[in-house]
Design a protein around this ligand. Structure first.
Ligand SMILES: NC(=O)c1ccc[n+]([C@@H]2O[C@H](COP(=O)([O-])OP(=O)(O)OC[C@H]3O[C@@H](n4cnc5c(N)ncnc54)[C@H](O)[C@@H]3O)[C@@H](O)[C@H]2O)c1
Length: 354
């Protein structure tokens, strides 16, 4: 990536108080971008947003993506050149309990965002973050490519498939005529990293249990997912946006960002290796208490990003798990986790900067 591209650039990030959004804003502010964020208050306590003092380097606006008027006014005031849309109800299990909210936030929230962009002349490039779960999952061992059918069994996954369709319609209907705004989508795998405390996610579940001195209870030890460190996906997003700025027509498309095949592992592998990095921790398999469908196998084919963006993962899963254990240890030991986050970012950026 090219750090100079981001220096002084005005970037609008939705979902900046969340796990991925916080890392993204830390990175963008470190690069010298002028960042405005729009999201609800952090949903978890603790949160990376508060722990790493993310708000200090940016203009943080608390607002609901369903409030189109406020969203538009905030965007018009920020005059962004780049928009990165991450605000979402991001949890599969929550979506079974709150399907209407999930569709309202994820699908209509994206419609609201695109409508706001239509009235904001400064915007040149937009990246909408969906998910690897947007594909119609056929439980196969071959990775999905970008042109395969959208689907989604549960409301969360399906809302991300719907979001992809919304973006596609807006791109063709409103943004393609004069190529004034380039709109792309990114489908990343399961991202992991320090500072995630979301419910029902593997790494946060382990950290909560281990910190409490308890064994962690694992639901689906055989489930295979494309795991990757959060900075890998964010690097893909930033690189894609740099390309979109240069050649909007060629890059305003859908993109997969996932790990090397060797890092598409099952849950038991992740747990076993994280336990080694944490030390003095244990786990067991949860008895089958409820029958909520979760996909068994999910792989992404990322050859398009590798070939056309020259993007590839910079660190392997083993190093990612080491960094994550260090991050949470630092937090619970009350050391300077903001500084550690900056250091991890700098180390990673050194690996991906030309
Ligand atoms: N974490 C992953 O493994 C993963 C994988 C694939 C895709 N994604 C996608 O990446 C994006 C970020 O995920 P995350 O892990 O950081 O999730 P997160 O839950 O940590 O953060 C979600 C963000 O969206 C905001 N938000 C939620 N509802 C809102 C509303 N009504 N109005 C305004 N803001 C609202 C929250 O305030 C928060 O800032 C989401 O779109 C998610 O679907 C995440």
């Amino acid at each position: 990536m090219n750090p100079a591209f981001w220096k002084g650039r005005r970037v609008f990030v939705t979902g900046h108080t969340g796990f991925k959004g916080s890392w993204l804003c830390l990175w963008l502010t470190q690069l010298g971008a002028e960042v405005t964020g729009y999201a609800l208050e952090p949903v978890t306590e603790p949160s990376l947003f508060d722990a790493a003092n993310v708000a200090s380097g940016m203009n943080s606006v608390i607002g609901d993506i369903r409030d189109r008027e406020k969203l538009t006014q905030t965007m018009l005031a920020a005059k962004p050149e780049v928009v990165i849309h991450m605000a979402a109800q991001a949890l599969v299990r929550y979506s079974y309990q709150h399907p209407v909210e999930t569709y309202e936030v994820n699908v209509m929230g994206t419609v609201n965002l695109l409508e706001s962009i239509r009235s904001c002349d400064s915007v040149r490039s937009v990246l909408v973050i969906t998910s690897d779960k947007c594909y119609e999952n056929r439980e196969r061992d071959v990775g999905y490519k970008e042109d395969e059918p959208m689907g989604g069994y549960d409301p969360y996954s399906n809302s991300k498939g719907c979001t992809e369709l919304v973006v596609s319609a807006y791109r063709q209907s409103f943004f393609s005529a004069d190529h004034s705004v380039a709109v792309a989508t990114a489908r990343a795998g399961n991202v992991i990293g320090g500072g995630d405390w979301s419910a029902d996610r593997l790494l946060p579940d382990m950290v909560r249990s281990f910190h409490a001195g308890e064994a962690v209870s694992i639901r689906n030890p055989g489930a295979v997912r494309p795991w990757q460190h959060v900075l890998e996906a964010l690097h893909g997003y930033l690189l894609l946006l740099e390309h979109m700025d240069r050649e909007p027509q060629d890059f305003a498309q859908a993109w997969n960002f996932g790990p090397e095949d060797a890092d598409t592992q099952d849950v038991a592998w992740i747990v076993g290796h994280f336990v080694e990095h944490w030390g003095n921790a244990s786990w067991h398999v949860e008895p089958d208490v409820e029958n909520m469908h979760e996909a068994h196998t999910l792989r992404l084919d990322c050859s398009k990003a590798r070939n056309e963006l020259n993007w590839r993962p910079a660190i392997d899963l083993e190093l990612a798990l080491k960094w994550i254990a260090e991050w949470y240890r630092c937090y619970y030991d009350r050391d300077d986790v903001a500084l550690l986050s900056q250091n991890q970012l700098e180390e990673f950026q050194g690996m991906v900067t030309r």
